[in-house]
Write a protein that binds this ligand. Structure first.
Ligand SMILES: *[C@@H]1O[C@H](CO)[C@@H](O)[C@H](O)[C@H]1NC(C)=O
Ligand SMILES: *[C@@H]1O[C@H](CO)[C@@H](O)[C@H](O)[C@H]1NC(C)=O
Ligand SMILES: *[C@@H]1O[C@H](CO)[C@@H](O)[C@H](O)[C@H]1NC(C)=O
Ligand SMILES: *[C@@H]1O[C@H](CO)[C@@H](O)[C@H](O)[C@H]1NC(C)=O
Length: 582
């Protein structure tokens, strides 16, 4: 650290002062860019951020865990700009962050990243005028398909929006939201090929596919498999062009390529047999129609900056796209690589706009994310125990709704974890997150079941219970601990049950309370149905604050260090966290 500071000072003597300085939130008014590190081996931040520092660029990196985290940092004022998808902007709209869209990041020419049209076989077009629902009812749909990757083709949310524009929604309360959606399509269309997985759960997926089998009947293999010839964006176009189906929702540029509508392309289908269907029920020819009626536009990714820094960021982005700049070793190249800016096509926005006005320019995009759904609305309620936790839950809820998580998450707040568990047991909330100390107690006392657990790259080590003894104690194995004094962070917690289980299963074959001569198990005084003398026995050696028994990992360690116990059972992560303090 000191080393890099020295380099900075030296360089700033020979590099001319940068005009960006002053408006940013970093050191010396540097602009702070929020960067999300990729998942793969290729670490952009690690490679390019040091270049920004070393060359006194006036820009510094802040690493965000994901793009929403970057938006959250922007709302807290700790970063100045970053690159975001249009979905991110929808997700952040409720948070009322004072930011402006400064640049569009295009990677090919075109006003929008994706423009979605409806293409129909002319055989279904009626004589006179009609509505889209009347035209499409009982026809065969070539569905562009379900992809787990939201960033390709039609996302789930956008596909659902298009479906809802024509089908009659189903709102049967005894069915899941997914099944209602499938049912509505199955009833509206005569047949379809809706390839790929409909649900992550493979068994349930198969069940629905056999129940609503007409939605797979138009596939080449009649099976909705993701290797079907008609699966996916170009598959749906083949399905239409080969006459297996009547209608599809493709990307405009894919239609133009497929039907050879650009001068220098080969056609796979005869454009004269097909037409663009418009949302108002009219239709237009495919040929000689470069700007047909659209159903939906998805904007480009954008650079978003805090209002105060917007002007500087816009200039900065423009300077990155100047043709003299290639992705070289210098800081502008490094920044371009961090932002994934494609040189020639990045458009400064003039005037700069707030995100919602920017999104309004894209037909259908915002509406797609304000789904009304069935009433009464359904929710999954997550119980939280602090304002901070509730705020995070609300971010998660907003983000989830944008990325198609349904039913949406809703957040409740109770004074303690115990109150949350009670709330879940009585049906007030559905989900509570708690650490592993609750695992046994909550399943036993509140009839809940664990369904997700956190894993970290540093493997599961963090929840491992360790027996911690003094160096000079000559205790080297668990059986040496018989008749010794033990301290636990809390009664009924992870360490408590881990030790109890170990003792009953090992050759010690002993119950915990008899194995040790003395036990401190804070929290037993609050447990139900424990006799007063047992409480007295299991708390008399604990650290106290007045009449309160102190619990927790650090208190357990303190007892050991102060000689009130011979062994402390704590988690490995606490050991790592606190051991240097004693
Ligand atoms: C739907 O179309 C099929 C085949 O084109 C036809 O047999 C059936 O009668 C139609 N159903 C309705 C309700 O119009
Ligand atoms: C809802 O679906 C169930 C089957 O899951 C069916 O028995 C019931 O009749 C449906 N209710 C309505 C109102 O359609
Ligand atoms: C691009 O660079 C040239 C030469 O350095 C400069 O004159 C021009 O203003 C730059 N353009 C932008 C948009 O920054
Ligand atoms: C309380 O303890 C008694 C005796 O050990 C037992 O019979 C009873 O089931 C316990 N009650 C609860 C609620 O655990």
């Amino acid at each position: 650290m000191e080393y890099s500071i020295v380099i900075l000072v030296l360089l700033s003597l020979c590099v001319e002062s940068v005009w960006l300085q002053g408006v940013g939130s970093g050191d010396d008014g540097n602009l702070r860019v929020c960067v999300v590190e990729g998942r793969g081996l290729y670490k952009r931040a690690g490679r390019f951020c040091p270049i920004l520092d070393a060359e006194n660029s006036g820009v510094e990196c802040v690493l965000g865990t994901d793009r929403l985290d970057c938006l959250r940092r922007m709302s807290k004022g700790t970063v100045d700009f970053g690159v975001f998808s249009p979905e991110d902007l929808v997700a952040a709209q409720w948070a009322d962050i004072d930011v402006l869209v400064t640049n569009e990041l295009r990677n090919r020419p075109g006003k929008f990243e994706r423009s979605i049209v409806a293409v129909v076989n002319r055989r279904i077009l009626p004589e006179g005028r009609s509505t889209v629902s009347d035209i499409l009812r009982n026809t065969t749909l070539c569905h562009p398909g379900q992809s787990k990757d939201d960033m390709r083709g039609l996302s789930d949310t956008l596909a659902e929006y298009l479906e809802n524009l024509v089908t009659v929604p189903s709102c049967n309360e005894t069915m899941s939201l997914t099944e209602n959606r499938i049912k509505a399509m199955s009833e509206f269309f005569n047949k379809a090929c809706k390839g790929g997985p409909w649900l992550p759960d493979a068994m349930r997926d198969a069940e629905l596919k056999s129940k609503y089998s007409n939605l797979c009947a138009a596939c080449h293999s009649r099976s909705c498999s993701s290797i079907d010839q008609y699966y996916g964006g170009s598959g749906a176009l083949s399905c239409l062009a080969e006459g297996a189906g009547d209608v599809t929702w493709p990307l405009l540029h894919e239609v133009q390529a497929y039907f050879g509508l650009h001068p220098d392309t080969t056609a796979f289908g005869n454009p004269a047999d097909f037409a663009y269907l418009c949302r108002d029920g009219s239709w237009q020819p495919l040929s000689d129609n470069p700007e047909p009626c659209l159903w939906l536009n998805r904007p480009w990714p954008v650079v978003v900056a805090k209002r105060k820094a917007a002007e500087s960021v816009s200039h900065l982005a423009a300077s990155l796209t100047n043709s003299s700049v290639t992705v070289d070793a210098h800081w502008r190249g490094a920044l371009a690589a961090l932002l994934e800016i494609n040189q020639a096509l990045t458009e400064p926005l003039s005037p700069q706009m707030n995100p919602l006005d920017y999104l309004s320019g894209a037909r259908g995009f915002r509406e797609a994310y304000s789904r009304s759904g069935c009433s009464p609305p359904r929710h999954i309620t997550l119980c939280t125990t602090s304002i901070l936790e509730k705020n995070k839950c609300e971010w998660l809820s907003e983000a989830g709704s944008v990325y198609g998580v349904a039913p949406p998450l809703q957040c409740s707040m109770r004074p303690s974890k115990r109150d949350c568990f009670r709330d879940v047991e009585s049906g007030g909330s559905d989900v509570v997150m708690a650490d592993s100390d609750w695992l046994v107690a909550a399943q036993r006392d509140y009839a809940v079941a664990p369904f997700l657990h956190e894993t970290t790259p540093i493997v599961d080590q963090t929840s491992t219970v360790v027996a911690y003894v003094k160096k000079d104690s000559k205790l080297t194995k668990i059986s040496d601990l018989r008749g010794k004094r033990a301290v636990f962070p809390r009664y009924d917690g992870l360490a408590w049950h881990a030790v109890a289980k170990h003792l009953s299963e090992s050759k010690c074959d002993s119950v915990l309370t008899e194995f040790f001569s003395d036990i401190c198990a804070p929290g037993i005084e609050k447990a139900k149905n424990i006799s007063a003398n047992v409480v007295e026995k299991l708390t008399k050696n604990c650290n106290m604050d007045g009449s309160n028994v102190l619990d927790g990992e650090i208190e357990a360690l303190r007892s050991l260090v102060e000689g009130k116990a011979d062994v402390a059972f704590i988690s490995l992560s606490s050991f790592k966290l606190y051991s240097s303090k004693f």
